[in-house]
Ligand binder design. Structure first.
Ligand SMILES: N[C@@H](CCC[C@H](N)C(=O)O)C(=O)O
Length: 287
């Protein structure tokens, strides 16, 4: 099995090419690939597969040739990945005859996302419209507790403002989010520091992963909430600093949100058959 390692602002992924939908990717194999000591290492796995070959999204095949089958490092599936979809686009341009001069629609579990390659090498993704929860939620870590705004874009996020991103603590444990029923499918949590007009910084604890160095849907969620808090004076363009770099979010007049940032392919690797057999057998990444 050939795979490609890539990252977007150091949110890193193992891309598994499977154009004809022939691969089985059980959670234990995803977790083994993402293992940073006994596997290749990554925050998630992206299976690059033709939309028509996946029953779950085949109805989107007329709109998007490619489906981003996104899995978190623990093997769970997710709706979308704002950094991952840029890495997938970079992979498709490099290996699957996608022309970067053309817009690229990508099917995801969160609907079809429009991707475009910018002249400066960055990549922009249409993130859709956010859906905000009506009531506030509360986020608690070992370091403190904060009111937060819950929203889907399309993944679930809880966005809390903190005085300083270090205030969230070490983020080694999953933050508690209340009320318990607010996010039945789990939630990503962002700790956001204001840095000036149109500028924020954040740390994120990702559902199914832990703290990561960036999260594209989380960055978009944080910019939406920061703009809402800033009121009418809020700028349309936001700069968001994350531990792994910088992303830009544009809030369009029609409510759509765009995310712009880098995407880097690092290496192509051939996974050893013996390792693959052991991982599939559940022998554990160290076997
Ligand atoms: N890092 C991604 C989001 C990946 C999925 C997330 N952990 C979830 O379960 O919702 C991004 O860049 O958006």
């Amino acid at each position: 099995m050939r795979v490609i390692k890539g990252h977007g602002t150091e949110n890193d992924f193992v891309v598994v090419p499977d154009p004809d939908g022939e691969l089985d990717l059980p959670p234990r194999l995803v977790a083994a690939l993402c293992d940073r000591r006994a596997g290749l290492g990554g925050d998630g796995v992206i299976r690059a597969v033709r939309t028509a070959k996946v029953a779950e999204v085949a109805h989107l095949a007329g709109e998007a040739e490619w489906f981003m089958d996104y899995r978190n490092a623990d093997g769970s599936v997710a709706e979308m990945c704002g950094n991952g979809v840029r890495v997938l686009a970079r992979y498709l341009a490099a290996f699957a005859h996608v022309d970067p001069a053309d817009p690229l629609p990508v099917a995801t579990r969160g609907g079809v996302r429009q991707v475009r390659f910018e002249p400066d090498g960055q990549i922009t993704v249409g993130m859709g419209r956010p859906e905000l929860l009506a009531a506030p939620v509360r986020v608690t870590t070992e370091a403190g507790s904060w009111d937060a705004v819950g929203l889907h874009i399309p993944n679930p996020h809880a966005v809390a403002f903190v005085d300083d991103v270090t205030a969230a603590g070490e983020l080694l444990a999953v933050p508690a989010v209340e009320p318990p029923g607010a996010f039945p499918q789990g939630v990503n949590v962002e700790f956001v520091e204001r840095r000036g007009p149109g500028a924020i910084a954040l740390r994120v604890h990702e559902r199914g992963v832990g703290e990561t160095r960036s999260c594209g849907t989380g960055v978009a969620a944080a910019a939406v909430v920061a703009a809402r808090a800033a009121g009418e004076a809020a700028p349309a363009r936001w700069t968001v600093d994350v531990p792994g770099g910088r992303l830009a979010v544009t809030l369009l007049a029609d409510g759509e949100v765009e995310l712009t940032g880098p995407a880097v392919l690092v290496a192509t690797a051939e996974v050893e058959e013996a390792w693959l057999t052991a991982a599939l057998a559940g022998a554990g990444p160290a076997a």
